[in-house]
Write a protein that binds this ligand. Sequence first.
Ligand code: FPP
Length: 231
Amino acid sequence: MNDKNFSPAAEPRKVHVACVIDGNGRWAQKRGLPRTEGHTAGEEALAEVVRAAAARNVGWLTVFGFSTENWVRPRPEVRHILSLHRKIFGRVDEMRRNNASIRWIGRPFKEKGARTPVYVQRAIDKAIADTAPNSGLVVTVAFDYGSRAELARAASRAAAAGPVDPTSIEKNLYDPTLPPVDVLVRTSGEKRISNFLLWQINGCKVYFTDRPWPDFDAAELDQALALLDGD
Ligand code: FPP
């Protein structure tokens, strides 16, 4: 074979899937369990979705783990969700096996109004450092995150540096390297958009499913990805 004429098929473009995790509480209530059990099951579902995404053509998986509005939930529920974030950020060996790196977006720890507790900050910093060498799937957890706060901050930082335009705003997002979202998933029958990645979801497909997040699995991920067939 003449290598000069050999042109391998182009690698399929890696896609960005973003998930609004919803229905953990209802999943638990339906089973007569406390809401916290639904969150525990939700954390395990995420671990499963990471494995499935790593095995598919997904380059970025971004999940809404805890919003700037979620702090008003009952204190024991918040504490439980925080402990689950420590757990997900602690799954470093598993991430290595999936060649996945962990990242985080949210209100920067030292900024006014930010609420990430120190022990979660440490778990986040450690997860990012320990998984940085992994070159495959990028898993971004949004914690203490709100899209409006992200955009207001980006606009004011852009204004401080010069003209405000889409390029300067984009440069000042929490993670300017996060690519546009290809598919946004929302579980549990809610057919609405939240305060999540409002800049990055421009033009994306939206996959709504009646299943609560703890039941979201590889087959559902495939259905969400199928929205991109033919693109
Ligand atoms: C939404 O379900 C879920 C949350 C606000 C918390 C999700 C966080 C975790 C499961 C911790 C692990 C971290 C990740 C990133 C998966 P809901 O409580 O609003 O459910 P409901 O609408 O049925 O009440």
